[in-house]
Design a protein around this ligand. Structure first.
Ligand code: ADP
Length: 419
């Protein structure tokens, strides 16, 4: 495939069909999940994985259907926490990974399941890591869940960034300790989340105090106000202050976290906040390279597997470069998983008036429009109506173009007409 060379430069980010296809697959995979909660931290070792795993356990104990996805490729510790390091995910007929079931309503998937050795991830290069993360978001069969708790890699680098891009309707929880350094790192995380438009539910201050086993008095381990002060400064709720709990540490380090759920009463305020989300739909935002946010905004229903590809065609069934003046529009119903065209039809568009044809295309249920060229205002109307737009597609037989799109081998030649 040749590069994207839109001559207007205005269609920019909507044009990469591979990214569109990948995002579609992620949307499809996560489509049965009501709430996605990403647990982040500025640095490692603050208890992010323990907190993520404990939240998931508590929610499951409350009766919710919960998944925990551990994509902390620098140190995937969730299998260790749950004592399932030697388990491996199953595979569906459609080659999606089946998470490891912990109970009837708690499932677990971790990058750790795919790494032969604990230290393997450390030597992976950036693009490989991102590829693995993407696979984890697109190729896991979660089914229906109330909550997916994501244990995110620490920091504000490419990995958390690509996670937040892939899950635009996620909400975040930041974990920190009151220690000065951790606080500074977390401040960066807050800025990062704000830039990514992530809805932050709040901060969890972990290892806040230590309860003296002799006198029962709480002892401040780290000086300073830590999470409390930071939450106030950032205008974000402090969800909980979790004490350093020796029993929890032992359980977490020895694969017995689920048996220690009685030690998790300090997590109650977090679980309460999450329970209150039950019927609230998160705000999806438009991120990255697709019109995912616009789709949500338009409220248009779509079957993620069966999609409709539209394109302007001439009388001989060739893709027509002139979007606004094409004599017909081909609509291909396609199965995106099997990568086949299920049905094809050609319709005559309404008379060419500004904005009329884009609206008509959206009304036909198109998910994506492939075209040689088009003007910016038409493109905007389509994107706002939740239709992905690929501009600059080289002229060819329309059915072949649709098939190329399904195979991620679309030939992009640049915007050939912007009227
Ligand atoms: P991270 O995911 O941030 O790298 P982990 O969750 O792996 O951190 O926790 C690091 C260590 O701290 C683990 O040994 C874990 O058992 C321990 N730990 C985390 N939170 C607590 C807590 N509240 N009380 C006691 N130990 C904790």
């Amino acid at each position: 495939m040749s590069g994207n060379s839109c001559s207007t430069g205005s269609c920019g980010m909507n044009q990469n069909p591979e990214q569109i296809a990948r995002q579609r697959q992620v949307e499809s995979t996560l489509g049965g999940i009501k709430h996605k909660i990403v647990v982040l931290s500025g640095k490692g070792g603050v208890g992010k994985s323990t907190v993520a795993a404990s939240i998931a356990t508590k929610l499951a104990v409350e009766g919710y259907r919960v998944g925990i996805l551990d994509v902390d490729i620098h140190g995937p510790s969730v299998p260790r926490i749950f004592g399932v390091k030697d388990r491996r995910p199953g595979m569906t007929d459609e080659e999606k990974m089946i998470p490891v079931p912990m109970t009837d309503n708690l499932k677990l998937m971790s990058v750790g399941f795919l790494l032969p050795h604990d230290k393997e991830a450390l030597i992976w290069r950036g693009p490989l890591k991102i590829g693995l993360i993407e696979q984890f978001f697109s190729d896991v069969d979660w089914g229906e869940l109330d909550y997916l708790v994501v244990d995110c890699p620490p920091g504000t680098g490419d990995e958390p960034l690509s996670i937040l891009q892939m899950v635009p309707d996620a909400r975040g929880i930041i974990v920190t300790t009151p220690q000065g350094m951790a606080v500074e790192d977390v401040q960066k995380s807050i800025t990062f989340c704000k830039k990514m438009n992530l809805e932050l539910l709040g901060i969890v201050e972990n290892m806040s105090t230590f309860q003296c086993p002799h006198c029962g008095r709480p002892i401040e381990i780290f000086p300073g106000k830590g999470g409390e002060e930071m939450a106030k400064d950032a205008g974000i709720p402090l969800l909980a202050k979790l004490p350093l709990n020796h029993k929890l540490m032992e359980a977490s380090d020895n694969g017995k976290l689920m048996q220690a759920f009685k030690e998790m009463s300090a997590f109650d305020p977090i679980v309460n906040v999450l329970s209150e989300l039950k019927d609230k739909q998160p705000v999806k935002k438009e991120v990255g390279t697709t019109a995912a946010g616009a789709k949500a905004a338009s409220g248009r229903k779509k079957d993620d597997r069966i999609q409709t590809i539209a394109m302007p065609v001439d009388e001989s069934g060739m893709l027509d470069a002139h979007f606004g003046h094409a004599s017909g529009f081909a609509f291909f119903t396609v199965d995106t998983r099997k990568k086949v065209i299920v049905e094809a039809r050609t319709l005559t568009p309404p008379a060419h008036e500004p904005g009329v044809i884009p609206k008509w295309i959206a009304d036909q249920g198109a998910h994506v429009l492939l075209t040689g060229g088009m003007g910016e205002s038409a493109r905007k109307i389509l994107v706002n109506k939740g239709v992905d737009v690929v501009i600059g597609v080289a002229p060819d037989n329309a059915a072949r173009v649709a098939q190329d799109y399904l195979n991620n081998s679309l030939n992009i030649a640049g915007n050939q007409c912007n009227h």
